[in-house]
Design a protein around this ligand. Structure first.
Ligand SMILES: Cc1cc2nc3c(=O)[nH]c(=O)nc-3n(C[C@H](O)[C@H](O)[C@H](O)COP(=O)(O)O)c2cc1C
Length: 359
């Protein structure tokens, strides 16, 4: 029985989506350093399955399932996330300047589609404050930091490069890996950093791939767009020897939804996440894996709700996974259920380790 779905979800789903998230974050943050609660949470949710342990970039990942960027933008709930069984966490997106984001309401549920549309607008406390907070955090799982450009159309050209660099340089000393978010659909000026020339300039300016003591850098790509666009992004990224890719961010498309056209119109712009983007995200994972010949780490994210969804992404080439929308619909037990489901699948296929699923 899923107690979250039975008791908590009906209450949370009566609130506007962004309000429910705010309340959840506030509640979880308040428990984050309270050992009796974190301890109990660990006992209830954390699993330890050797067949799921992986060493990637020299880091130990006790589970392939990570927390996707955007859930804990300010890094205030990370102890609790570790205790829920996540194998790694990604804070952010953080931006050089703090931002309140877009006016509310800015996040909407499409319940029949098991999906969300959000236009949060990169709300966060700003890189300086967040990094200071993260300096005090001590986890037994890898912590990634996701950086984006400050949400302001006035910041462009060289100023945009400086803006990214500010967060990148602050994140470098403490991040286990850094994700460069070039695919946020919620910026007023559009997704300028997916343009290959601009991306080239950005990675060059950040000196990605030049210093072996820097943390691994991942590029987070869009679920939208043609394969050729993604191939170009990979070509540029590979010339800087990036360590991997996160596939994918949310979608600006509204195809194949059950929700009525009227509902979709009323919601307006934003990034679609959840089940509605699951298969497209898996296709992007497959493409990246093919183009990079399986030699780069791929983090698969988009519409994972179950162990079957997770296994499908691993078979398409994902080494690691992330979840956001699935947790909103399925609750905190989702991580444990997926970990246990993958382990069970390995056993039924007579496989000793998750690595073997990709072969
Ligand atoms: C409300 C919300 C806010 C998000 N904020 C960010 C963000 O700040 N940075 C980022 O890279 N991705 C962000 N994402 C995208 C997620 O990390 C993820 O890529 C996407 O939602 C697909 O995964 P899912 O279907 O499991 O949600 C956000 C997603 C949601 C739903």
């Amino acid at each position: 029985m899923n107690l979250y779905k039975l008791l908590a979800r009906p209450v949370l789903f009566r609130l506007p989506s962004d309000r429910a998230h705010e309340l959840t974050i506030r509640m979880v943050s308040s428990m984050n350093n309270f050992i009796p609660i974190t301890g109990l949470t660990g006992l209830m949710y954390k699993t330890n399955t050797p067949s799921l342990h992986q060493k990637i970039w020299g880091l130990h990942f006790p589970s392939p399932v990570g927390l996707a960027a955007g859930f804990d933008k300010n890094g205030t709930t990370l102890n609790m996330m570790e205790k829920l069984g996540f194998g790694f966490v990604e804070v952010g997106s953080i931006t050089a300047d703090s931002s309140l984001g877009n006016p509310k309401p800015r996040s909407f549920r499409l319940v029949e589609d098991h999906s969300l549309i959000n236009r949060m607008g990169l709300n966060n406390d700003g890189a300086k404050t967040i990094i200071k907070r993260l300096e005090k955090v001590s986890l037994n799982i890898p912590m990634g930091i996701n950086i984006a450009k400050t949400h302001s159309p006035k910041i462009s050209g060289q100023t945009a490069l400086d803006d990214y660099k500010f967060s990148y340089d602050l994140a470098k000393p403490i991040a286990d890996y850094i994700t460069i978010n070039i695919s946020c659909p919620n910026t007023e000026e559009g997704k300028t950093f997916e343009d290959p020339e601009t991306l080239n300039r950005l990675l060059n300016y950040l000196e990605v791939g030049t210093n072996s003591s820097d943390p691994p850098v991942l590029i987070k790509v869009s679920v939208d767009g043609e394969g050729d666009q993604l191939r170009e992004i990979i070509e540029v990224s590979e010339s800087f020897a990036v360590s991997g890719y996160i596939a994918t961010n949310t979608s600006s498309n509204r195809e194949n939804l059950t929700a009525s056209a009227n509902t979709i119109d009323q919601i307006g712009p934003g990034g679609l996440s959840g089940r509605a983007i699951r298969d497209k995200s898996t296709e992007k994972i497959r493409l990246i894996s093919e183009v990079t010949k399986g030699e780069k780490t791929v983090v698969g994210v988009g519409g994972i709700f179950s162990a079957d969804d997770a296994i499908e992404k691993i078979k398409a080439g994902a080494d690691l996974l992330q979840i956001y929308t699935g947790m909103i619909y399925e609750g905190p037990g989702i991580v444990k259920r997926i970990n246990e489901g993958i382990a069970k699948h390995l056993k039924s296929e007579n496989l000793d380790h998750i690595y073997q699923l990709r072969k």
